[in-house]
Structure formats: C-alpha cells, structure tokens
Design a binder for this molecule. Structure first.
Ligand code: SF4
Ligand code: SF4
Length: 290
C-alpha cells in the first residue's frame, strides 16, 4: 500500500501545529485531512469544512435501573465498587464506570445498560479535499477511542479515493490521545518550540514515538525567539538520528491568516514563514517518498 499517514504532534498545545497542518494542506497533492486533536479541534476554523456525513461517537455503557421491575433487593448496591447506586436505587451516571456487574447479577433483570453517545464525527469537503474530524462531548474521557475512530475513517476514505497521504493533526502532550494518534503511522512530525519547557516536551514525544517505533522528524516553529535553544533542538534531533526538517520564523501573519480563515500559504505565500514551510514540506515529501 503506497498511502502514507503523517501525524503532526507537539509536546504541548500552542506550538503552531495546526497552522502548519493547514499550510501543508494547501501544498500537498492527493491528500486527506484528519483532525485527531479531538479535545481542542480547531483545524475546522481554517478549513471551513462542509459536512457531508455525520455520525454519533459511542463508547462505554451506563447502568439505568428500571424502578418498575426492581424488587429493591439491594444486591446491586452491595456489588457496585464505585458506589454509583444510591439508596433509592438510582444510578449516578457520573460515578457509573459501566462495568456491567449490577446488570449481570440483578435477579429481576431490572437494569438497562445503554451505550453512551459521547460525541460526533464528520466527513466533510474542504477547499483542500476531504477531511475527517470530530467533536467530543463535554467532560468526556474517551478521546483516545475517538482519535482511533477518526484515523480509521480517514484511512478508509483515503483508500477508497486512492489518495497518497493522510495529514493528521495530532493531539498535544504524551497522554492516551497522542498514543492513539501515532500507532501505525508512517511518520510523525514533531513541532518544537525553542523554550526550555518546549525542549523537554519535545524529548518526551520523541521517546514516545521511539517506543511505538514510528519514525520521527522534527521542525522548530518560532525558531528566532531563541537561536541557542533552536540549535540545541537541532543537535538533539541529530544525536537521536531523527530527520531535522528545518525552522519556521515567528511571524504574526500566522494569526492574521487564521483570523481570515486562510492558511499562511493562501494568505502570504511569499512570506519568509510561507517559504520556510514550503521548504519543510519538500524535504518531508522526499523523506516519505511522496
Ligand atoms: S439488584 Fe436489581 S432488583 Fe435488586 S435492587 Fe438492584 S436493580 Fe433492584
Ligand atoms: S455498571 Fe458497574 S459501576 Fe455502573 S452502577 Fe453497575 S456495578 Fe456500578
């Protein structure tokens, strides 16, 4: 299979990762976009997707006692390890972990166990081609599963349409959602920032990609904010045998472009930042044999 998946991640939010993803979207050919940053999805702000398909995201179950059939034997109260059932035989959905023990043991079969709807996912058209994205319900903890789902859907669509690359906007950090976003990817691009905490965050995602055996490449955004730290990042990447793709300067036009719902390539193609991103994309395409 020649189709590739590039996941763009960063050790934390606010590194300009989504602006880079959007810029790549306006350069790459035969691609599909996937917003796997489901906890803070904002790629749609630039892409202005036109939703073509919408579906519920369902995960986990919650017990629900049917009072009409309950004999008030009290067994479920004793069995529930999370104390999710009160003395009036009502389940508190926040505390219910969905283990199903009460449902299994209830002598009256009085407990329903519906699946939870935790959010929605979408297939959309954008001016740069198809995009798969999602919206997670408030205070939902299932973002890892939703990341897996949007990636699977993006992969299916890419295969159907015979596209060359899935460009995935990954979640920040090193938690469960980012692990769900990189497993099995062709490569990750780590967007680092030249700050002391930025380097630390980058090191953690480098370890994570090494652990999951996904080849990692590195670029620095806002490199001119600290040239010493930028060279530290470059040296670190080289020591670890990672491909260092280059640097993008700090430029307020990223914000201006975003306010206009445009990518930097659309908004300021000839800018230094725009040229730097095109350079990074060319290097990256060679590395991925696109
Ligand atoms: S185990 Fe079933 S019948 Fe007994 S109290 Fe719980 S819901 Fe009611
Ligand atoms: S499903 Fe599990 S956690 Fe939820 S109420 Fe029943 S026993 Fe408690």
């Amino acid at each position: 299979m020649h189709m590739k998946e590039l996941v763009i991640i960063s050790g934390k939010g606010g590194t300009g990762k989504t602006s880079l993803v959007a810029a790549f979207a306006s350069i790459a050919q035969k691609k599909i976009l996937c917003d796997a940053d489901v906890d803070a999805a904002d790629l749609h702000l630039i892409m202005e997707p036109e939703v073509k398909k919408r579906a519920d995201f369902q995960a986990g179950f919650t017990a629900d006692i049917d009072k009409a059939n309950c004999s008030e034997c009290g067994l479920c109260l004793d069995l529930c390890r999370w104390n999710a059932i009160n003395k009036d035989f009502e389940v508190n959905p926040i505390d219910c972990e969905g283990c199903g023990v009460c449902v299994y043991f209830c002598p009256e079969n009085a407990i329903n166990f519906p699946i939870n709807t935790c959010g929605e996912w979408f297939i959309s058209d954008t001016r740069f081609g198809p995009m798969v994205h999602a919206r997670l319900g408030i205070a939902e903890e299932n973002s890892g599963k939703l990341v897996t789902l949007v990636r699977q859907e993006a992969r299916k669509l890419a295969e159907e349409k015979d596209l060359d690359i899935i460009i995935t906007d990954g979640p920040p950090g090193v938690g469960c959602p980012v692990i769900a976003s990189i497993g099995g990817a062709s490569a990750v691009l780590i967007v680092a920032e030249p700050t002391v905490s930025g380097i630390h965050d980058m090191e953690r995602v480098v370890q994570l990609s090494a652990h999951f055996k996904v080849p990692a490449m590195v670029c620095v955004n806002k490199y001119d904010l600290n040239l010493d730290l930028t060279s530290n990042i470059e040296n670190f990447a080289k020591e670890k045998g990672l491909t260092f793709l280059g640097c993008v300067p700090f430029d307020p036009i990223f914000i201006e472009a975003m306010v206009q719902s445009q990518t930097i390539i659309e908004y300021a193609n000839g800018s230094k930042a725009g040229k730097a991103i095109k350079g990074i994309w060319n290097y990256l395409s060679c590395e991925l044999s696109l």
